[in-house]
Design a protein around this ligand. Structure first.
Ligand code: ZN
Ligand code: ZN
Length: 263
């Protein structure tokens, strides 16, 4: 379930039979609790928070989840260290709540086998996550300046993929952002465009892929229709090669989604 997706806050909830985690908490802890509860999920069942990087739209509510709701926070050394320097995250995450993980090293949470992998972005450190459980796998790749070979190898056999489709290149070029910000976004350490996302599907063959969720759409430089139609074209190319249909969904920026059942 996506609880929020975009520069106003990112938060994803993933549940298996034997585990439940939140990836990123860029909205407040109380809002997360409320949105989960509306979907019939009890916050008490959440075992951990995984953090992709230390930008506000991903961590604003992390301290609240750790210190008020008692959830351990899993991330890399760079992210755990620098997260507390972000003035928009309050309270701070206490040392006792921090759980250190290393990129490329699998760890277990209940029946989830989780691996963090590097993603190029202009934060202290930045990772994507792959979760394997019971022969199925899901990966999340957000805030990615480019798709690296390492990302491709981590997601090449996943069943479900949540991937950034941040901006429409023409809208960004003609939009309200100043040049310095436009350059940051397109630098290779910024965000992934609809076109880059579509090209990723055009040139790769993810044989097991069943469903794609587009995340982190820009409020000013993208629309759900533009992201969908651009990425759909890339997916259609890949669909031809893998020989089965691949479903595509655009995650809304502000509203929580339904709970998607992936099996
Ligand atoms: Zn970011
Ligand atoms: Zn972000």
């Amino acid at each position: 379930m996506s609880l929020a997706s975009g520069s106003n806050g990112n938060c994803y909830y993933i549940e298996t039979e034997g585990a439940a985690v939140i990836i990123d908490a860029g909205i407040g802890g109380r809002t997360i609790k409320k949105r989960l509860s509306t979907a019939g999920v009890d916050m008490n069942g959440v075992m951990a928070v995984l953090v992709t990087h230390d930008h506000s739209d991903h961590i604003k509510g992390v301290g609240s989840l750790s210190e008020i709701f008692g959830k351990p926070v899993y991330s890399t050394e760079g992210i755990l260290e620098n997260m507390n320097k972000n003035y928009r995250m309050n309270p701070k995450v206490s040392p006792a709540s921090k759980r250190l993980i290393r990129k490329g090293e699998k760890f277990l949470l209940g029946d989830m086998e989780i691996t963090a992998f590097p993603v190029p972005h202009d934060a202290s450190d930045s990772v994507g996550y792959r979760i394997d459980c019971d022969g199925k796998s899901l990966a999340l790749v957000t805030d990615a300046g480019v798709i690296t070979d390492e990302i491709v190898s981590m997601v090449s056999d996943v069943d479900y993929l949540v991937i950034e489709s941040n901006y429409d290149e023409v809208m960004l070029e003609n939009g309200p952002y100043p040049l310095v910000l436009r350059n940051r976004i397109t630098s290779g350490n910024g965000h992934l465009s609809n076109k880059q996302c579509a090209e990723f599907f055009c040139v790769n063959e993810l044989k097991n892929l069943k469903k794609v969720f587009l995340c982190h759409l820009s409020a000013h430089n993208n629309t759900a229709d533009s992201a969908f139609s651009c990425v759909r074209k890339g997916l259609d190319v890949m669909q031809e090669r893998v020989g089965h249909d691949i479903d595509l969904k655009v995650l809304p920026r502000l509203q929580p989604t339904e709970m998607f059942s992936l099996c």
